[in-house]
Ligand binder design. Structure first.
Ligand SMILES: *[C@@H]1O[C@H](CO)[C@@H](O)[C@H](O)[C@H]1NC(C)=O
Ligand SMILES: *[C@@H]1O[C@H](CO)[C@@H](O)[C@H](O)[C@H]1NC(C)=O
Ligand SMILES: *[C@@H]1O[C@H](CO)[C@@H](O)[C@H](O)[C@H]1NC(C)=O
Ligand SMILES: *[C@@H]1O[C@H](CO)[C@@H](O)[C@H](O)[C@H]1NC(C)=O
Ligand SMILES: *[C@@H]1O[C@H](CO)[C@@H](O)[C@H](O)[C@H]1NC(C)=O
Ligand SMILES: *[C@@H]1O[C@H](CO)[C@@H](O)[C@H](O)[C@H]1NC(C)=O
Ligand SMILES: *[C@@H]1O[C@H](CO)[C@@H](O)[C@H](O)[C@H]1NC(C)=O
Length: 373
């Protein structure tokens, strides 16, 4: 009797578990998406999103094979769905002609905002290459310094992005690959990003973020920041970058903060990083000024601490291998380098540093003068 009851309960839970796991499928083609690379499929994508977001089960949005032309889109939550997976076999392209962009004032091409439990699993590509939107000559005056992110994860708790292929022209300004801000528990893995700015950038209020197996280049590397612009109060922690490769990038692994900011960037690690001709392989810049030189030195800055580099190896395109440039008033603390080894085909590699404290092991080359050991 007891046994029967137990198995009835077991059966009940198994069925409940099974039903709970069943995914409701929303195929964008059922909402009118054509996928011929010519028709604008934005409206269909938004309709599929609205329907999936309002479903209170586990939902899957399917983007089948094909080439889907999308304007800039913001997929907004909060959603009723307990998890929302996007299975993307097809490719996504941007409109080719800048005049055909419906909203020219946008900062993101594809944004996910306020969505929890997001999974984006792609085998197709996100291709901005052919689009005039990124080109320098089409920058409106007011847009010169505006970010143009391919994908922006903003206000999301728990997100998994895998197999994302992003391509944009190397000379396209401010075209980050994936930006994460205001988000917790984000896992970005096994992706290929070629762009004109940061491949991945972790902005303000990013916490518990793993970036694993990303191949970056061309591009400006993987960055924490920039943080603290216009006195902003930043909070970034627990960002772990592992097993990433950089091919001919402007930077490798970078932390950049503005003078005058407040708050912190801490508990950050870069492990098993391979550098292939990066121009600034390792850089912490507390004087970031977006390429300009007119940012005044201030007494406040975003505090940078507990940063670990482990097995960061390869070549620098210039003799400048490691730069830790921190301010006198807000130093960088507990910077740890183990098994960091950077060679340069163009001369004896050097490390430069100001106001950074921490340790290095005896396998670290070139030696960093500020660090002990
Ligand atoms: C989505 O729709 C397309 C076109 O009708 C179809 O080829 C594809 O198999 C569908 N995918 C799923 C997972 O339902
Ligand atoms: C992504 O989808 C493929 C099948 O299309 C599947 O084999 C793989 O496990 C999925 N990956 C994740 C991380 O969900
Ligand atoms: C993704 O990028 C890699 C390297 O650039 C390329 O070999 C692969 O074909 C791309 N995949 C897709 C689906 O475009
Ligand atoms: C992060 O959230 C804050 C508060 O809601 C907002 O002001 C800020 O614009 C968001 N950051 C980004 C990059 O959107
Ligand atoms: C990040 O990696 C750590 C260590 O492998 C793991 O414990 C944690 O759950 C991961 N977090 C995310 C959001 O993937
Ligand atoms: C550090 O930043 C200051 C202020 O921008 C700059 O003048 C100096 O050249 C930088 N030092 C290094 C080593 O990059
Ligand atoms: C490097 O450090 C390790 C452990 O800290 C030590 O065993 C080894 O002898 C050191 N090697 C050199 C060349 O100093």
């Amino acid at each position: 009797m007891k046994k029967e009851k137990a198995s009835a309960i077991f059966l009940f839970f198994s069925v409940a578990f099974y039903l709970g796991k069943a995914q409701n499928i929303y195929n964008v083609t059922n909402y009118g998406a054509v996928g011929n690379g010519q028709m604008d499929d934005s409206a269909a994508f938004l309709q599929a999103w609205e329907a999936a977001c309002g479903d209170n089960g586990d939902v899957q949005i399917v983007i089948p094979s094909g080439t889907f032309l999308l304007q800039s889109l913001s997929f907004e939550g909060p959603c009723k769905a307990s998890s929302l997976e996007i299975q993307m076999s097809g490719n996504i392209v941007a409109p080719p002609d800048p005049k055909s962009w419906k909203n020219c004032n946008v900062e993101n091409w594809i944004q996910f905002r306020n969505v929890n439990g997001l999974i984006v699993n792609a085998s197709g590509a996100i291709d901005g290459k052919g689009s005039g939107w990124w080109q320098p000559q089409v920058r409106g005056l007011s847009l010169v310094n505006s970010p143009r992110r391919h994908m922006h994860i903003n206000g999301c708790n728990t997100a998994l992005l895998s197999n994302i292929n992003i391509t944009a022209p190397e000379d396209s300004p401010n075209t980050d690959g994936i930006d994460v801000s205001n988000s917790t528990n984000v896992d970005i893995r096994d992706s290929n990003i070629a762009t004109g700015d940061d491949c991945v950038a972790i902005g303000d209020n990013g916490k518990y973020i793993n970036i694993t197996g990303v191949i970056c280049g061309p591009g400006h590397g993987i960055s924490i920041g920039s943080l603290g612009q216009n006195g902003a109060d930043a909070s970034v922690e627990e960002v772990h970058v592992r097993g990433c490769t950089f091919h001919a990038t402007q930077n490798g692994v970078r932390i950049k903060t503005w003078q005058g900011g407040r708050g912190y960037a801490r508990k950050i690690s870069f492990e098993h990083i391979t550098l292939d001709g990066a121009h600034n392989p390792i850089i912490i810049d507390q004087f970031y000024c977006n390429g300009r030189h007119d940012c005044p030195i201030m007494s406040s800055a975003v505090k940078i601490s507990d940063v670990t580099y482990y097995e960061v190896q390869g070549t620098s395109a210039t003799p400048k291998a490691i730069v830790l440039n921190c301010s006198k008033t807000v130093s960088c603390d507990n910077i740890i380098m183990n098994h960091v080894s950077i060679r340069s085909p163009s001369g004896q590699p050097v490390s430069l540093c100001n106001n950074a404290n921490g340790q290095q092991d005896n396998l670290t080359t070139p030696k960093v003068p500020c660090l002990s050991g």
